[in-house]
Design a protein around this ligand. Structure first.
Ligand SMILES: Nc1ncnc2c1ncn2[C@@H]1O[C@H](COP(=O)(O)OP(=O)(O)OP(=O)(O)O)[C@@H](O)[C@H]1O
Length: 241
């Protein structure tokens, strides 16, 4: 069960052009050092463009740092990705900021796609049992044959959460999963995440949901203009060290 450590991590983007020759450099995150132990529940907060999504992509290995290193149990994550991509990606369950279900596939088919990664020897029965279990866990039992277009945003987010959980990853990474949801849906999701976290899963969540961050009183990591501005245990939205 891995400890995540970011050591002086910086990420830049090259965006468009300035004049005829120069590329414009956008800062994603700069010189971020952070350790997240297995079982932590971490809110990543900051205004729009502060670097939250960039940080999550660096932690999950979807993006490589330009400077510094991300380590899992002391080992360089980019190297782990190169050695065994599938095994390393299976450590992370991720719900991205944008809705990401495949529209032409049913709920079951969407989950099946993720469930099959790295599991060649599993029987169809075992696979279906796993899918049913995880659909039930997110409160979507009986919806396996539905298509994303037939569901609300909240239901789609739950299915995406089920997909992130399907391979029982030790680390769950959620980018604005509660955006555009009503209070009931947000509470349900936070309740579920608390349960999952109690079972030992690390939860790292970028969010603007200040009210819920203040009630949950978990670790709060604050980014300002790409830099780590605060890291508070049992924090509140807006706390800084
Ligand atoms: N693909 C990209 N190309 C160029 N610049 C980018 C790209 N992605 C992010 N950036 C820039 O990097 C910075 C951090 O962006 P990021 O998406 O990580 O912020 P965020 O805190 O997640 O914002 P939001 O709350 O709006 O999702 C911003 O200045 C953004 O413009």
């Amino acid at each position: 069960m891995p400890t995540i450590a970011l050591e002086h991590v910086t990420k830049y983007y090259q965006a468009g052009r300035h004049g005829w020759t120069e590329k414009q450099i956008e800062l994603g995150v700069e010189d971020v050092s952070l350790t997240i132990e297995q079982g932590d529940f971490v809110f990543v907060i900051g205004s729009s463009g502060a670097g939250k999504s960039t940080l999550l992509d660096l932690i999950s290995g979807q993006m490589k740092p330009d400077q510094g290193v991300v380590r899992l149990d002391g080992r360089d994550l980019s190297k782990l990705m190169r050695w065994n991509y599938t095994r390393t990606t299976l450590l992370f369950g991720k719900v991205p900021q944008e809705q990401s279900l495949i529209r032409k596939m049913t709920v079951e088919e969407n989950l099946m796609l993720a469930a099959r990664v790295g599991r060649k020897l599993e029987s169809a029965k075992q696979l279906h049992a796993r899918i049913e279990k995880v659909i039930g866990l997110v409160g979507m039992a009986g919806t396996g044959k539905r298509y994303p277009a037939e569901m609300s945003i909240g239901e789609c987010r739950r299915v995406e959460l089920a997909r992130a959980l399907i391979n029982s990853p030790p680390i769950l990474i959620l980018d604005e999963i509660t955006a555009n949801l009503d209070d009931d849906n947000i509470w349900d999701i936070f309740h579920l995440l608390t349960e999952i976290n109690h079972r030992g899963t690390t939860v790292i969540m970028a969010t603007h949901a200040s009210k819920y961050v203040n009630i949950m009183r978990r670790r709060v990591v604050t980014l300002v203009d790409g830099r780590l501005f605060g890291d508070v245990r049992k924090g509140r939205y807006g706390d800084v060290v």
